[in-house]
Design a protein around this ligand. Structure first.
Ligand code: ADP
Ligand code: MG
Ligand code: MG
Length: 453
């Protein structure tokens, strides 16, 4: 191992920029990291920050616009079983809502378009946004390595308030509910390796606000929680729950039995504030993103000026249905797919189909299912040379980066009144230019930091 790899790895271990080593609950590995920050235009970064609160508000409005979502989901629900099951659960539970407050912890992801040097939105995440805890620590790693090896101090890396943004959002919801002696319940995945990312939020809540949280695997919800029949208050280990914070529940593979769906229903029907509610999770589907890019749709939710600002970050998005727009997209997907990506209604990385793989993929599934996918133009982003250290293996070569901005919004689902709306904190992920997916946990990317120029 060379000296810089050793220094990076041991600094990461000593400061907690780590992932769980699956062999033990008390063993960590350095997260995949770049050795230095990546240059990123300040104007584009500022634009991403400025868009976050309007985007939060937009997705809140979508979650409150049942007619808009009904239209989309009615078509999707028979084609995509997972989305359909979530939607049906939403319909059942929405009839007798017990908790009007709703919390969104969001992350909007962008790539820099090399044609106009402006950010283009990859996607908007409304459930289980991750890496705030690790990405907050990356500037200090880069500063350390920079001073030690390159005599460079990376002065223009912006402060990263990602953990604070999420923890403050959870605290705002907790405060608003004012449920005596309550805890925040983190619902986690069984095989999660990104544990320390979540722990950073948990410890921030304790240290800053003296608010305790309890972590519970999604599969243990029925066993370890109960809902009071009179008050609908959710209890875990006999402690009332103010907020249910989902770091699970977005991947169909997690729902291995009907018990998982019953668990989701129990939580949804409880008095606790859900982060996110089922309808908020559905607002974050790729299909919604595609519909929003249709001319005139943004204007249903925001004023013209805001619509203009938001739309500047969109690339071409198409349905694959039998509308004239959809038929045109089918033509592209089958005959000229090089500059496009095909996306199903899934989260967590590793689900998309790229470029020349699209035609064969479409032909391998029934044509009746095509409209559960969307077609998106690939963002034209410049490559830059970077060094990535992944589990002591060094990759040096051409890379591309994706910037995420975190945001939190608390609202009343019945009146659509907003109580709290923030956008701050960033994640920069960098991956080899020739790998399609950028997921750090999914095994393709690394955590980086922007050096604003
Ligand atoms: P997920 O919800 O699974 O993260 P994304 O839409 O973010 O789905 O796609 C996963 C990855 O695929 C992104 O992180 C990015 O690396 C790549 N990707 C997705 N859409 C585009 C696009 N339009 N242009 C370029 N790369 C994209
Ligand atoms: Mg993504
Ligand atoms: Mg996503």
């Amino acid at each position: 191992m060379d000296a810089i790899t050793l220094d990076l790895s041991q600094y990461a271990l000593s400061k907690g920029i780590v992932l769980l080593d699956k062999t033990s609950a008390a063993r960590a590995l350095p997260a995949p990291l770049t050795t230095r920050p990546t240059k990123f235009p300040r104007a584009a970064y500022d634009a991403a920050i400025a868009l976050q609160r309007p985007f939060n508000e937009l997705y809140k409005d979508i979650a409150c616009s049942t007619a808009f979502l009904d239209d989309i989901m009615n078509d999707l629900k028979t084609l995509d079983h997972f989305t359909g099951t979530l939607y049906n659960l939403y319909l059942r539970t929405a009839r007798d809502p017990v908790q009007p407050l709703s919390l969104g912890v969001f992350r909007s992801d962008y790539m820099l378009d090399s044609n106009d040097n402006y950010i283009k939105q990859v996607e908007f995440n409304t459930i289980s946004v991750s890496f705030a805890g690790l990405s907050t620590l990356v500037p200090s790693l880069h500063a350390y390595l920079g001073k030690k090896y390159q005599m460079h101090s990376y002065r223009s890396v912006p402060d990263n308030a990602a953990v604070q943004t999420i923890a403050d959002g959870l605290y705002a919801a907790h405060q608003q509910l004012a449920l005596k002696d309550s805890v925040i319940l983190f619902i986690t995945q069984e095989n999660e390796t990104n544990v320390f990312d979540q722990r950073a939020i948990e410890s921030y809540l304790i240290e800053q606000y003296n608010v305790r949280s309890i972590r519970l695997h999604f599969s243990k919800v029925l066993e370890c929680t109960r809902v009071d029949p009179q008050s609908s208050v959710l209890y875990v280990a006999d402690q009332p729950v103010s907020v249910v914070y989902f770091r699970a529940g977005y991947d169909p593979k997690e729902y291995t039995s009907d018990a998982h769906w019953r668990a989701r229903e129990l939580l949804e029907r409880s008095y606790a504030i859900k982060c996110p509610s089922i309808i908020t999770q559905l607002a974050g589907t790729k299909k919604v993103q595609q519909v929003l890019a249709t001319p005139g749709v943004l204007e249903k939710f925001v004023d013209q000026n805001t619509a203009h600002q938001l739309r500047r970050s969109f690339v071409d998005l198409y349905p694959l249905d039998t509308s004239s727009h959809g038929l045109k997209a089918r033509e592209i997907a089958l005959n000229d797919p090089m500059h496009y990506v095909l996306k199903p209604q899934r989260e967590g990385g590793g689900n998309n189909i790229y470029s020349n793989d699209i035609p064969a993929f479409l032909k391998s599934i029934p044509e009746s299912e095509w409209s559960s996918y969307i077609l998106m133009k690939l963002i034209d982003t410049e490559t830059h040379e970077a060094t990535i250290v992944r589990d002591t293996k060094v990759f040096k070569g051409d890379t591309i980066s994706e910037l995420g901005i975190y945001g939190c919004i608390l609202w009343n689902q019945q009146t659509s009144e907003t109580f709290y709306n923030t956008g701050a904190g960033w994640l920069l992920r960098t991956k080899a230019a020739d790998s399609n997916e950028g997921g750090v946990a999914a095994g393709f990317g690394s955590i980086d930091a922007p050096e604003l120029i």
